[in-house]
Design a protein around this ligand. Sequence first.
Ligand code: SF4
Length: 339
Amino acid sequence: MKVALELKDFAKYPFLKESQQFIREYADTIGDFIGTNPGKIALKRATGRVSDALGLQEEKAPDRVPTERFEVKLEVAGYALARVLVSCQDDRSIIDRLCRYEAARAFRYLLDEDDDKKEMVASSLGIHVSGRSVPLFQYVEMVSGMREDRWRLVNREVDSGRVQVNRDEMNELIREQLRVILARQLPLKVPGQVCADLQPYLELITTAYQERLIEDMGEVEEGSFPPCIQAILTALTGGTNITHAGRFALTAFLHNIGMDKNQIVELYCRAPDFDVSKTLYQVEHISGRGGTEYTAPGCASMRTFGLCVNRDEICGKVNHPLNYYRRKKKRSSFTQRSG
Ligand code: SF4
């Protein structure tokens, strides 16, 4: 069945070719567009989009979806220009964060779509899903970057050359595929003059990113770890068996706050069943040796895996363990300064 796209779908899924077609009329070239008034507004949106991506706001509430024609165009143009900005920056870690952000953003909207719309979005990404199954060859390609055991073929039901997945898994597969496709497309080849014109916006992003890195990479404060991460550490020290999801969350968190692989392995030494080579392999994998650098799961995912425990009052204000850490660390350095 052919599904008709509504105007608001262009804003929700700006990567679709129909969405890109929708803004074609604006100007012949990016250089022309960014000099226009709509171009300047879209550039501000693009900068906001990249900043959000760098701020790891992966699981905030879905953005208000514009429904008015001009607003939708700005939204789609903002997406396109965000890709131009990160291409000018040409920093793989920024590009990866934007791809992850865009994939997570589309994912949030997909969760509320009916199956026909979802299949339509998926097929525009080259994923031929049907009901609750994916062709075997495609499944294998799609899960190649997914680390959890549940994705391994031996743990799946395969029927007539198709792998069965449930509704939530289908959403996750689409999100991962979207991330991979977006990552493959970037960086774009942007004319040098356009990057030069975008310099003030690039500087804004670079400054914000560096501040974030300094915040993350500053001295590690175990006392500011969120309760979920503290709980995994306590379980580790006590010799309790930690699930794969728990190990992943802990390692990615420690990597994201700037601990190097030796420091992380040192922490794992607290476990009675510590295995140095296995731990080193996992740490290197999560910190990007295989080409993908992972971000620690947000609070929603932690809840799904039963890892969100001992919540305190800061938890009510954050959507990501990393945001919890930043907030608490800031608070404790303020207390130290004023004390
Ligand atoms: S709310 Fe978030 S930060 Fe707090 S314990 Fe749960 S997962 Fe961790």
